[in-house]
Write a protein that binds this ligand. Structure first.
Ligand code: ZN
Length: 113
């Protein structure tokens, strides 16, 4: 192998995304999708509120505190991974420990997707 070939191989290897960077990209894409979904839900609900006669803008902080409590309760609901036996959040689609698909038969808030 010539020095130039060696340099080309090294450059190719450097520019190849590592598994870790590919996983991080996938996670960022999933987070962006989740953020977009939540933004759509929020704006839609806000429009519904504004179109109704309810005057709840001033109640928003109080409602946010309620939602924080509700989320804490939902986060405490666990499901046991069938593959590794670890406890996972019921809202999670995949096990954080082994990657197995999780099955939860209870109700999950659309805000937890
Ligand atoms: Zn698992």
């Amino acid at each position: 192998m010539t020095d130039q070939d060696q340099a080309t191989v090294e450059k190719t290897l450097e520019s190849r995304p590592t598994l870790e960077s590919e996983i991080n990209s996938a996670r960022i894409n999933a987070l962006e999708l989740k953020l977009e979904t939540l933004s759509l839900i929020t704006e839609s609900l806000w429009n519904i509120i504004q179109e109704s006669d309810v005057q709840c803008s001033e109640d928003l902080k109080e409602k946010m505190a309620d939602v924080i409590d509700q989320r804490a309760k939902r986060d405490s609901i666990k499901v046991t991974c069938q593959a590794c036996g670890s406890d996972q959040k019921a809202s999670a689609s995949y096990c954080n420990h082994c990657g197995n698909k999780l099955v939860y038969s209870g109700e999950i808030s659309p805000f937890d997707y």
